[in-house]
Design a protein around this ligand. Structure first.
Ligand code: C5P
Length: 239
């Protein structure tokens, strides 16, 4: 099973992004990057092509959630961008996720990894129940959304690292867990709620951790990235 740290490039412009990426130019391994809504809406598909040209793997995090036909067509457009991973909201239903997979699959049968967001890591169980009227517990909701995702033929889910173990239990070891909500033990939590450290995320079963501000807002982002890789990829069990 492949494991890696994905840096969330939550920047407002290509200029800010490349200023950040230039710091990594001497790294032997090009970091896996996540491009989200902010950067994609600001710069369009060209930013994806340019980052790909620089040799990075890309998780295009646009979290599609619409009627199945619209999602199928949007994914067909995204299939032309040579990204490695993209995603939808599992709340869009199994039918929508199936449509997403169909749209993303190229004529030769290949496609990027496709995963689904279960519940955002900024959502607490209390808000999910009170505002969204989801009566089940957070854990039951995550497992049900993950099962739906697997039924639709997707490759895995986005969830909190705290939920990675139970998702693997319900959906199998090969079903990917991509987990934001990662913080250093001595770092700030900000707006994230269901968080843990890189080492603990690995122990619980995360396949990929998505880390934004602990790296992008660090005084030395390269050192923060290296620390993250070290803690995630070289956990106590591997040493
Ligand atoms: O800065 P931080 O480490 O909190 O960034 C986490 C990234 O992961 C952000 O880009 C956010 O949009 C994304 N994300 C998340 N929770 C999810 C899905 C995606 O935090 N459930």
């Amino acid at each position: 099973m492949q494991h890696d740290v994905i840096i969330a490039c939550d920047f407002a412009s290509a200029e800010d992004t490349f200023r950040f990426l230039d710091r990594f130019s001497t790294e032997s391994k090009k970091p896996f990057l996540k491009i989200g809504m902010e950067l994609f809406y600001a710069e369009g598909p060209d930013i994806v092509r340019e980052i790909k040209r620089r040799g990075h793997r890309i998780f295009l995090d646009l979290k599609l959630h619409d009627i199945p036909n619209t999602v199928r067509k949007a994914m067909a457009v995204l299939s032309h961008l040579d990204v490695d991973m993209c995603n939808v909201h599992a709340a869009g239903t199994v039918e929508m996720m199936r449509a997403a997979r169909e749209g993303l699959t190229r004529p030769d049968g290949t496609r990027p990894l496709l995963i689904a967001v279960t519940q955002l890591t900024s959502t607490s169980e209390e808000r999910m129940q009170r505002e969204l009227l989801i009566g089940a517990s957070m854990n039951e909701t995550i497992v049900q959304y993950a099962r739906n995702t697997r039924e639709a033929g997707l490759d895995g889910v986005v969830c909190s690292p705290l939920e990675a173990g139970m998702v693997h239990e319900a959906c199998g070891a090969d079903f990917l867990t991509v987990t934001p909500g990662v913080r250093f033990a001595d770092g700030e939590v900000a707006d994230q709620v269901r968080v843990t450290t890189p080492a603990r995320a690995r122990e619980i079963g995360s396949d990929f951790i998505v880390v934004g501000r602990p790296i992008t807002a660090a005084d030395d982002p390269v050192a923060a990235y290296r620390r993250c890789v070290e803690e995630f990829l070289l956990t106590a069990t591997d040493r």
